[in-house]
Design a protein around this ligand. Structure first.
Ligand code: TXA
Ligand code: MG
Length: 391
């Protein structure tokens, strides 16, 4: 079938797509966040089960952080290697504020290992950014199972902002370890339906908290016992904001060798990746050199449908694509970052997911500007999603 005789094909594809969306929750796994469903989820969690949960960043796959059996399920459901540690989610219970003393009381961290500088910086960051999309990596208490931390002497903790997540943690009465609810290395889920698509055949329940407000995983910051700060993963909270709040310089985190405990996520050869090959262009379509444009056109020659993710204004990109690929159908997803930065972050993973599910045979993305926290965080995911894979 060539690029232009696609009407019948399009109709078939549309029907398949509609059936797909309708079939998505035939398994009946998605629950509205009622008091009853949250009680049920809390019971499952206390009984050592795993549950899909919403947060303001991405959906998580939650389990009791102190239950090794439940943590084992998280790793096996996600097909995640055990050298990749988890983030533990906490919330305030009753009148007690979430602070270092509470984390120590919950036996998540060991405050005795903190210098005064580390305490002061952690306090300031917690006070300003929790609840919210900031994960702090802190010296751990021996009670936290090694499986949760990949044997590292530290534990990653965050207090989510999403109301439903916080109510669920309170009802469960245990801290919840929750990695993103996708199969390892794949695109992070930003809706309850995405979780079902990723893990629907393996988990008993997903709580629907609506589409994620931020759409990208939390910023991860390591606080060493001496108080030195390292950014391990960029997110919605910028390095500048963290520096202002902590009063200290933030260094870019130490790297990792493959197959060793991961201090920073996605350093493995591929992460956040669609199943189709995603090609990252060297610049926006408009700014490609003649030679780069020739190579782009050449790569599209043998296919009839191309998927294209753009961070520029849609109308301009559409015209340029028509001119460059006159005999191809192009499925264009536009996320104009400079005019709508929040929406670009919020819908980044879902656009990638939708291109992956489309009939496009090959995917391309423009790079995005990295001069804002969200742009920097999106580019980090884009770079990892487009790393060439061997299988
Ligand atoms: O926004 C988020 O953080 C989401 C939601 C569900 O809260 N969670 C999430 O989890 O993104 P996950 O598992 O996809 O990413 C956690 C990353 C790990 O890949 C790891 O590199 C880093 O956090 N991490 C966890 N514990 C660590 C530790 N002890 N030291 C260094 N890095 C750690
Ligand atoms: Mg993840």
């Amino acid at each position: 079938m060539t690029c232009n005789d696609g009407t019948v094909f399009n109709l078939i594809f549309l029907t398949v797509e509609v059936c797909y969306v309708l079939a998505m929750d035939l398994m009946g796994l998605i629950y509205a966040p009622t008091n009853e469903s949250l009680e049920q989820a809390a019971r499952l969690l206390r009984d050592g089960e795993v549950v899909g949960i919403p947060t303001e960043t991405v959906y998580g796959l939650a389990a009791d952080a102190f239950n090794v059996g439940a943590l084992t399920k998280v790793f096996s459901v996600k097909e995640r290697p055990t050298f990749d540690p988890l983030i533990v989610h906490v919330t305030a219970s009753g009148a007690a504020p979430v602070d270092l003393a509470l984390l120590d009381h919950l036996q998540l961290i060991d405050l005795r290992l903190f210098s005064d500088t580390a305490k002061k910086r952690a306090d300031a960051l917690i006070h300003e950014f929790w609840p919210g999309p900031l994960t702090l990596v802190l010296p751990k208490s021996p009670k936290v199972p090694d499986l949760a931390t990949a044997g590292l002497p530290t534990v990653a903790i965050r207090m989510p902002r999403h109301e439903v997540t916080r109510v669920l943690i309170e009802k469960a009465r245990v801290p919840l370890a929750a990695p993103s609810a996708n199969r390892f290395g794949r695109i992070s889920p930003t809706t309850a339906q995405d979780v079902v698509t990723e893990l629907g055949d393996r988990i008993p329940m997903v709580i629907d908290g609506g589409p994620c407000e931020i759409g990208l995983e939390s910023t991860v910051l390591l606080i060493n016992p001496d108080g030195a700060l390292f950014l391990l993963r960029p997110g919605a909270i910028s390095r500048e904001e963290l520096e202002r709040s902590s009063g200290a310089e933030i260094l870019i985190g130490p790297g990792n060798a493959e197959n060793t405990p991961q201090q920073a996520p996605g350093l493995l050869s591929s992460h956040y990746a669609p199943t189709k090959m995603l090609n990252l262009l060297p610049s926006s379509l408009r700014d490609l050199s003649n030679e780069e444009r020739r190579r782009f056109v050449e790569r599209c020659k043998s296919v009839s449908t191309v998927g294209f993710l753009s961070f520029s204004e849609g109308i301009q990109t559409q015209a340029l694509l028509k001119e460059s690929l006159p005999s191809c159908e192009v499925i264009l997803e536009s996320l104009p970052l400079s005019s709508s930065p929040k929406e670009a972050a919020q819908y980044f993973f879902s656009k990638l997911r939708s291109l992956d599910r489309s009939k496009a045979e090959i995917l391309f993305s423009e790079p995005c500007a990295t001069n804002t926290a969200l742009g920097y965080a999106i580019f980090d995911r884009l770079r990892r999603a487009s790393v060439p894979r061997t299988s």
